[in-house]
Every structure is written in C-alpha cells, then in structure tokens.
Design a protein around this ligand. Structure first.
Ligand code: DAK
Length: 258
C-alpha cells in the first residue's frame, strides 16, 4: 500500500491516510487501498479502529480535485460509488470507529469523519463542505450525515455557503466529542479506543448496530431491534462472566468475545 498505513496495537488498530503532500486528499488509489485495508482488519482481534491522517496539518482535505476535474458523468458516478461503498463499509463495520481529526476535514474528509462513530479533534481541526464552491454537491454522504449530526440550519449554511467551522465550534455543535492539542489527539483516541476494547465486544457491537439500525426506522421498530440484540447477549459467556463478577464484587473480567 502506498497511501494507507495500518497498525494493530493489541485490540485496537490505527489506519492512517498517508498522502501528506496533497493533505491526504482522497484519490481513487487511496479509496481502493482504504477499502482493502478495512477488509483486511482482523475482527477476531481488533475491537476498535481509529482513522487519522498523516502529518499535523490535515485529516483529509477532501476528494482529489485534480482527479475529479476531468471526470465524465459516468466516471463521476463511479468515483462517487467507490467512496460511498468504502464509507458505508466503515459506518457499518461491526466494531466502533473513532475519527482522530488532526487538521483539515473538508469535503470528503468531513464526510469520512462522519462515517465514523465518534469524532475527536485537534485544536487546529477545520470542518467544512466546500463542494458547492467547486460546482458540485457533496458526493460521499455529506448532505445526509451532516444534517443528522448537527442542527439542520447550520448544516445547510455549511453546505450552501461553504462556511467552515473550527474545532471549538464543532465541539459546541456536537460534531466532535472532544478537542485536544495536536500532540495529545492520538493518545486520547487510543485511550478511548482502549476503554471501548475492554468492554464486552459482542455487547459493544450490538450497541453500535442498535443505534445505527434504529436511527433508520420508527421508534417502535427501533425498540424491537434493541430487544433482539439485548436478548442475543444472553447467549454469551461474557454476559455470564460480567454479571457474575459484579455480583461477586470483583473487577470486570477480561471479556473473551464469546
Ligand atoms: N485535492 C487535491 N489536492 C489537494 C486538495 C484536494 N482536495 N487539497 C489540497 N491539495 C493539495 C494542494 O493542491 C497542494 O498541492 P501542491 O500545490 O503542493 O502540489 C497541497 O495539497 C497543499 O495544499 P495548499 O498549498 O492549498 O495548502 P494550504 O495550507 O494553503 O491550504 C486548504 C489548505 C485545505 C485550505 C486548501 O488546500 C484547500 O482549500 N483544499 C481544497 C479543499 C476542498 O475544497 N476540499 C473539498 C474537495 S471536493 C462526489 C463524490 C465526492 C465528492 C463530491 C462529489 N460525487 C459522487 C458527486 C467530494 C468532493 C470533495 O471532497
């Protein structure tokens, strides 16, 4: 792989988009490599994934404008599908995904971060959907996910006017969970990932699925989804051992993903 670095550290893994000279912009090769790297994650071992960008300036500065500039309609659709497929794969990955947003998250970069479950940002992070200034709409889900995460009016301003927001405003809007000095961002993401990884993996995965699937349907259907996933936990050793430890006033066990 030329543009993706992947490192597994025990039960957590860090996927880094490493095309620093172009501020980690997403061209077809980056998207293909990201797709292959996500497919290769050992889901028996990894319990939380972190996605970040190389360097200290940019998470991802968007889809590659040079590559997009000459696309035909058919090629534009194919490029959009490539991005959408990998972003949906990340969004529906069974394990939680944390975006460690270390700088510019513009266009496809903002969209990539929104495909992740949780966003943490560095103080120099900037979020935006500047596509209408380039003559296009956001193509990797930006019109849909942004308006589901922050207030609709603010999302529309960002989409129509291309207004960029800094980390503190992203925090106030709930687009990110927390903001850190640049050098503290990855350690903070790893700390949170470690905390997630210590909880019962089957229950964590079921919680992710319940939230994501439940948000797409009525509250009655959503509650039914939760009931089924809740029930499924009672077939696991981790549930038996987790509750036994509590009742015995012991520390939570090392959950076995069983
Ligand atoms: N694409 C390609 N190269 C980029 C890039 C990008 N998005 N962003 C930055 N670069 C490159 C620059 O061209 C420059 O390359 P060299 O000139 O050194 O060769 C290098 O990265 C450093 O950038 P700057 O010199 O511009 O650095 P500055 O610090 O001055 O400015 C900046 C940083 C992030 C403010 C600026 O680079 C910038 O505005 N970049 C573009 C941001 C942007 O507009 N992003 C949105 C891209 S559009 C769709 C599917 C997908 C999409 C749309 C539709 N369909 C299916 C319909 C997605 C669209 C987008 O993401």
């Amino acid at each position: 792989m030329n543009f993706i670095q992947y490192e597994q550290k025990g039960a957590i893994a860090v996927l880094t988009i490493a095309r620093e000279k172009a501020l980690n912009a997403l061209n077809s090769q980056v998207l293909d490599e990201m797709d292959a790297a996500v497919d290769a994650i050992n889901l028996d071992e990894v319990r939380c994934l972190i996605i970040t960008g190389a360097g200290q300036k940019s998470f991802v500065a968007g889809a590659d404008i040079g590559e997009m500039s000459t696309l035909t309609k058919a090629e534009g659709e194919a490029f959009g599908k490539k991005g959408n497929d990998v972003f949906r794969k990340i969004e529906t990955l069974p394990i939680p995904v944390i975006a460690a947003v270390n700088g510019f998250a513009l266009g496809g970069g903002c969209e990539l971060s929104m495909s992740c479950d949780i966003r943490l940002a560095s103080e120099n992070a900037v979020f935006g959907q500047p596509e209408t200034g380039l003559g296009i709409t956001p193509g990797f889900g930006g019109t849909q996910r942004l308006a589901r995460i922050i207030p609709v009016g603010k999302a529309k301003e960002m989409l129509y006017a291309g207004t960029k927001i800094k980390a503190d405003e992203a925090l106030a809007l709930g687009l990110v969970n927390a903001v850190y000095p640049v050098e503290e961002l990855l350690p903070a993401a790893e700390k949170l990932a470690g905390k997630i990884a210590r909880n019962a993996p089957i229950a964590v995965r079921a919680s992710k699925k319940a939230v994501n699937d439940g948000l797409q349907v009525s509250i009655d259907e959503a509650i039914a989804i939760e009931e089924k996933l809740f029930g499924s936990c009672f077939e696991t050793e981790d549930q038996v051992n987790g509750m036994k430890a509590f009742l015995n006033k012991e520390k939570a066990p090392a959950f076995q993903n069983k």
